[in-house]
Design a protein around this ligand. Structure first.
Ligand code: MOS
Length: 735
């Protein structure tokens, strides 16, 4: 075994260390160790910490869309029972950052830029007193100067800009290819805004100790969130500690710090006592983050053999003026299919609605659902099976860029998924299968999501008694970080899971990757692996064998000619602690890295009402090594459930007169419930990707949503012959 010369992951690591280990825990469908705490209600979520002397803050959101706050009449509520303070501060109104410590634009406290922007915080002894005063707080506004920013992306005169975050991809002559094509599709689809709708609403308890700040909160990216809060309050980062051992979902909405964190920190500093701010479900919807709606034009040009010669994907998304983020709709289109003549482009319109940001699988979630529906349209025109069309159009290298693929299981996913699903029973033409009053149809779509690695650190201690402790500020947002990181350490150090303890979600630990972009497990997991590799080198030395020959299993060490010895003896009463570090190097850029899969859906469409029910779904996915077959399956399954929502029900509705979000809770924003979710089968395809990470694993967290809604839309067409190009496919559009 050779220790990595550098922590930069610069070339594919072919050693495949994990497969040489003997413990046999990696990849196993092990339960999450923190699961019992969560299901028994004993895991402490952000708002549940008991802090002595803590008082309660409730945010007040702007009741206008654009203008100035001219006066906040504090006296009108300060005399109410229990009310302690009304706080308004410029930092509090700061838009949610996009994670990654991107500096959010600073704003004047008095300026309101969208309906629902936080403008004040009311603090009282109890939550009810604070909420009551917040509702009663008189706020006076003056109108905005100059032309208002439009509320609707379709409004006349909206400002359209090229986003700074992405460049168009252009190659050849797409218009000419469309003219030359034997078969072509030129269609426009739209997708609505989405909410992250994480189970746990955003909440923070802020507590100062001298000039140091401790936040108990619900965030995805702790070491970045420390930078954001420090930047916001003018602190140095070593003065901020964030504690978030359990996070009840994020889906992008907790990548960056949000208003309640800043408000709680400011109020706690001003009042000299701990302050808790919990957002209501409605506040989360109104002010945290939205996925932009999109309008997408897809052009596909194919030759007589059904090979793409041209591919166009142009998207219009929206955000507030000045925001960098633009939903990267064409991200997977860049590398998925061929077509040398191409134009891929995203443009952003400036409107006055809450900030648009990353919501699970930004880009692919909505880009793939549309691209895959358009591919279905092309398959029908050509008259070939939609699976065959996809298989014919997988390029040898990324078009235009010429980058090689690190690994790609798309063909296998399509074939094995089709087999398991029973695709051969599908009728080529729509309206062929009827079950009582229901039309039955089947649809397919590819899945693709970019694979990313980000810098991460983790510390592993092999304690003198032969147990391991893993420490990182990596979060577990319900995805399985505790289980997976423990399995990596257990495998590398030859320990059963009962002897591995994982401590996460606290910035006193080394900075992990955080949970975002499907990179948490592979990035922080690679750091854990490197830390263990360094421990193994020391153990080999103590045992007197080559590192390559060291075998660790069930707490015993052996290797070479050395007799097997318990780890405890080798350690001689001393702990061994090592910190592993991983950073993406040139490898990240020299290969196109993505996770792939395929979705299959069977739907029923009611012949008289247009109601759509998903009857069953199958997904097959290849994302490198499977680190834990249970948590990976859960991620894929959860993504497919969101696919059902994207296809059929989920849609943010904004009032076009003032940009305010009308359906701001789970009663009116319809996520799928049990009755909407049929049998879902998930097939995990084992693969090794040495370029993606030392674990040979790629990201899986977001893969399950990337295209799922397209398979459902295609099944709806196959059932009833109605092609709806506007998501969600509600019954009014189908009739
Ligand atoms: Mo994800 S939208 O990067 O949490």
């Amino acid at each position: 075994m050779h220790l990595p010369l550098s922590d930069m992951y610069n070339q594919p690591d072919e050693r495949n260390l994990l497969d040489q280990m003997r413990q046999g825990v990696i990849g196993q469908p092990l339960d999450r160790p923190e699961g019992p705490l969560k299901v028994s209600g004993t895991a402490t979520y952000a708002a549940e910490w008991r802090i002595d002397g803590c008082v309660e803050g409730v945010l007040v959101l702007a009741g206008i869309a654009q203008g100035q706050v001219s006066k906040i009449d504090r006296d009108a509520v300060l005399s109410r029972e229990g009310v302690i303070a009304v706080i308004a501060d410029p930092a509090m109104t700061r838009r949610p950052a996009q994670g990654m410590a991107a500096k959010a634009p600073q704003q004047d406290a008095a300026k309101v830029e969208y309906f629902g922007q936080p403008v004040a915080l009311v603090v009282a002894q109890t939550f009810e007193q604070a909420r009551d005063a917040a509702l009663a707080l008189p706020i006076y506004y003056t109108d905005a100067e100059g032309d208002p920013v439009p509320f609707d992306p379709a409004a006349p005169g909206v400002k359209v800009e090229a986003p700074s975050s992405s460049k168009p991809v252009e190659g050849g002559d797409l218009d000419q290819a469309m003219q030359d094509a034997a078969f072509s599709v030129d269609v426009e689809y739209d997708t609505p805004g989405h909410a992250s709708a994480a189970m746990e609403p955003h909440a923070t308890i802020a507590q100062w100790q001298g000039d140091s700040l401790i936040l108990h909160g619900s965030y995805q990216m702790l070491s970045y969130n420390v930078k954001e809060i420090a930047d916001c309050l003018g602190l140095s980062t070593d003065k901020v500690r964030i504690i978030a051992p359990y996070v009840g979902g994020g889906f992008g909405s907790k990548l960056g710090i949000t208003h309640e964190a800043v408000a709680a920190a400011l109020a706690a500093r001003g009042l000299g006592r701990p302050v808790r701010v919990v957002m209501s479900r409605q506040q989360v919807f109104q002010t945290v983050i939205r996925r932009s709606e999109t309008r997408q034009r897809v052009r596909l040009a194919a030759d007589p053999a059904g090979r793409l010669i041209g591919l166009g994907h142009e998207a219009l998304v929206s955000n507030l003026p000045g925001e960098k983020f633009a939903e990267p709709v064409t991200q997977a289109t860049e590398f998925l299919y061929g077509g040398e003549n191409r134009l891929l482009k995203v443009e952003v319109v400036r409107i006055s609605r809450l900030t648009a940001g990353s919501v699970r699988a930004p880009g692919e979630a909505v880009g793939m659902q549309v691209l895959e529906a358009a591919m279905d349209e092309l398959a029908e025109k050509i008259g070939i099976d939609p699976i065959e069309l996809r298989k014919r159009n997988l390029p040898a290298e990324v078009p235009v860029a010429g980058t090689p693929y690190s690994s790609r299981m798309l063909t296998q996913a399509l074939e094995q998924g089709a087999e398991a699903f029973g695709w051969s029973a599908r009728q080529d033409r729509p309206c062929q299968t009827r079950d009582g009053d229901w039309w039955i149809g089947m649809g397919v779509a590819s899945a693709a999501r970019v694979n990313m690695m980000v810098p991460a650190k983790a510390k592993v201690t092999l304690t003198a008694d032969g147990s391991a402790v893993v420490e990182s500020d990596q979060t577990d947002i319900g995805t399985g970080s505790y289980a997976i990181l423990g399995q990596i350490a257990g495998e590398m150090l030859g320990l059963p899971m009962s002897r591995v303890d994982v401590k996460l979600g606290d910035t006193v630990h080394p900075a992990g990757a955080g949970s975002g972009g499907s990179f948490g497990a592979i990035s922080t997991g690679s750091a854990v692996m490197y830390a263990c590799e360094a421990i193994r080198a020391k153990l080999a030395k103590a045992l007197g064998c080559d590192a390559d020959a060291l075998v660790l299993k069930d707490g015993m060490a052996s290797g070479g000619n050395a007799p097997a010895r318990p780890l405890r003896d080798l350690l001689n009463g001393e702990d061994i602690a090592e910190t592993g570090t991983i950073k993406p190097g040139k490898t990240a850029k020299s290969f196109s890295q993505a996770s792939y899969g395929a979705f299959f859906a069977e739907v029923a469409v009611h012949a008289f009402t247009g109601e759509v029910r998903v009857r069953r779904m199958t997904g097959a996915f290849g994302f490198g090594r499977v680190l834990n077959a249970k948590t990976a399956r859960s991620q894929c399954l959860g993504g497919m459930v969101w696919g059902i929502g994207s296809a059929l029900t989920e849609e943010l509705a904004f009032d076009t007169r003032d940009g305010h979000l009308v359906n701001h809770d789970l009663a009116e924003y319809h996520v799928p419930v049990h009755a909407d979710v049929p049998a879902i089968e998930v097939i995990l395809l084992e693969e090794r990707d040495a370029a993606a990470s030392p674990l040979q694993a790629k990201g899986v967290g977001e893969l399950g949503i990337c295209g799922a809604a397209g398979a459902i839309a295609n099944a709806v067409y196959n059932a009833c012959g109605v092609r709806v190009r506007s998501f969600p496919l509600t019954l009014d559009k189908i009739l």
